[in-house]
Design a protein around this ligand. Structure first.
Ligand code: FE2
Ligand code: FE2
Length: 366
């Protein structure tokens, strides 16, 4: 598959030595489309031609240093709200304080691990992506804001080993369900597209497609909310899996695949610690990787034991995974994803898949 750079978020690096900039480019190129500039003026000019989603500004920038460059960025109308990651050594505390006072700046102390660079970038990009949500229609904006804050909260609770407040998670999905039921959801899919928390992006897309599919199949009211909430929760067990396995490009080793598959039981354990989890949520979380021919996991259940919810979840999880943008791959176009899935004729419920395909074509959802 061609590496379609144009789908990746554009990021500019300003300052640092040529060697440092090249290292940064290499660290970021799988996730971002990166351009690097020596001076503040070059960076500013590039922003006027094509606006990036975030800037990385080093402490060393010609002519007056990184903090001054950031101050200039904040003065220009076009770049005023741009998220900035400022890379500086600890000793440069004056510049760090100055950069911080500009607002919307994530500080990254040198030297740093690549994982911390990616984390800082994600934080920076998400500030920008979430700021863009201010411009979209209120119902869809609320759907995005509520679900991202609920998802971040879930991550915190899981880290602390605390139970999930199902009622609150369900409530956070209310605006998403309203948006789906009123056929007013496309800005949600567009708005989440460039968000840098992949687990959130995937879970929200699964939630949205599950809700849409359920709506088309006549599922209404509380059941539609349960379906959508299940989408947001279906992979929460992945939060306990090492990013090296989760984001590994290419094929997993047998051992890594065992770890990856364990996300289903981990999800079920988290749900088990919580109260009031509807049965539908458990089925979707527990069976979205099962296949009709019994080759799925974790239990290799045969088709006769997989009800409609499990079959819908499997179709939507695969469709979303293929069409998601990942660290290591660009999204496959939806038409191609559906072709791949039609060829999985022994594994997926084909009449249900035909209905899903029809829904996507009708709505031009993608
Ligand atoms: Fe999963
Ligand atoms: Fe999934």
């Amino acid at each position: 598959m061609a590496d379609d750079q144009s789908r990746k978020p554009l990021v500019y690096i300003i300052g640092g030595s040529a060697e440092y900039r090249e290292e940064l480019v290499q660290s970021l190129v799988t996730m971002y489309r990166v351009k690097a500039f020596d001076s503040a003026a070059e960076g500013q000019f590039a922003c006027s031609v094509s606006l990036p989603v975030a800037l990385i500004v080093d402490e060393v920038v010609q002519p007056k240093g990184g903090a001054n460059c950031i101050a200039q960025v904040r003065e220009q109308k076009i770049t005023r709200g741009l998220p900035v990651v400022f890379t500086a050594s600890k000793q440069n505390s004056e510049a760090i304080a100055e950069a911080q006072s500009s607002g919307g700046v994530v500080i990254l102390i040198k030297p740093y691990w690549r994982s911390n660079l990616l984390k800082a970038m994600a934080e920076g990009v998400n500030i920008g992506v979430e700021a863009e949500w201010e411009k979209i229609e209120p119902k869809q904006r609320t759907a995005l804001k509520n679900t991202v804050s609920s998802f971040n909260n879930i991550a915190r609770l899981i880290e602390n080993g605390e139970p999930l407040p199902y009622g609150e998670v369900q409530e956070s999905c209310g605006p998403l369900v309203d948006a789906i039921a009123s056929d007013n959801y496309k800005d949600i899919l567009r708005g989440v597209q460039n968000h840098d928390n992949y687990s959130y992006v995937h879970s929200l897309r699964v939630a949205t497609f599950l809700g849409l599919f359920g709506n088309v199949l006549g599922i209404k009211g509380e059941d539609l909310t349960t379906l959508t909430t299940a989408g947001l929760l279906h992979d929460i067990g992945k939060m306990s899996i090492a990013p090296a396995v989760l984001n590994k490009p290419g094929k997993l080793t047998d051992d890594e695949f065992v770890v990856m598959k364990s996300h289903v039981t981990a999800t079920l354990e988290h749900l088990d610690h919580s109260i009031d989890i509807p049965k539908g949520v458990i089925i979707i979380a527990g069976q979205h990787h099962e296949k009709l021919d019994g080759t799925g996991y974790p239990n290799g259940l045969p088709g006769r034991e997989l009800n409609q919810l499990a079959r819908m979840a499997s179709i939507i999880d695969i469709f979303s995974a293929i069409t998601d943008r990942r660290v290591y791959k660009d999204p496959v176009p939806p038409e191609r994803a559906l072709d791949i899935m039609i060829n999985m004729d022994k594994q997926l419920d084909q009449p249900l898949l035909a209905l899903f395909r029809e829904m996507l074509l009708d709505a031009a959802t993608y």
